[in-house]
Design a protein around this ligand. Sequence first.
Ligand code: CP
Length: 316
Amino acid sequence: MKHFISVNDADVEGLIQSALTYKSHPLKDNHLGTGKRIGLLFLNPSMRTRLSTQVAASNLGMESIVFNVGQEGWALEFEDHVIMNGTTVEHVKDAAPVLGQYFDIIGLRTFPSLQNKEKDYSDAYIQAFVRYCGKPVVSLESATLHPLQSLTDLMTVKETFAEKRKPKIVLTWAPHVKALPQCVANSFAQWINAWGEADFVITHPAGYELDPSFTNGGTILTSQEQALKEADFVYVKNWSSYTDYGNVSGDDASWMLTNKKMAATNNAKVMHCLPVRRNVELSDEILDGVNSLVTKQAGNRVWAAQAVLSEILKPM
Ligand code: CP
């Protein structure tokens, strides 16, 4: 594996199996990364992605260094041919090749502006690092996708569902107090569709349709009640509008999942990538209930990251 930016870089089933193996045997490859170093660059905040990737690197015998670019570094410029007389101090063309000399692998987290759809969906920040740093790049969440989260999510489904049939997995939109990116939902849809091992349904209020290039293959319903019927897993996530880009249309509090709504499911497990706003996106009764997978899911971030890093390290 050269880079890890989307499902197109991945052998989905192979990575799921590798992540499950690392969960059982965390230190089985603890010399694979000896003498290697990963730089984890954050233009935006993180808890799980940052720490789970550091733990994964440590389990592989690899050094990790975190750089909070957004808070501690020079403000980076990503536009080509711009006259840099504004707030940005250093061009990515100059910074990325320097970072490529310090590190063997570079991880990058960026968020979208939610102002300019075309620019956000070009994933220009990640692509600039791929172009200029000269080393493998791992997405720690980009403007459009969150592949480490999606691999974790599929691993969590796989280890939880023991029946010999495809699970019904419902991705449901949830309310939120602010406009959030579409990347977790895009990525989840992209990975589930590529995996092909689930009956996949997406439900959201009208106006929250996702980019069809990620959702094609799933059933899309605007009735949450209908979507939840016989679900084995319910993945809860808010996202802002893709069509009316970055906007939210007001009060949709009725979309918050409750135990009453869950009665229509097949005793479904509930997933969320975290962080979650309690009693806005998801109710206490669901998060604290026996069917919540959110803590297990977040714990699995280590094994997903370890599976990805090991695939990049093997040919080095
Ligand atoms: N789910 C997730 O990416 O969490 P963090 O933002 O804390 O990394």
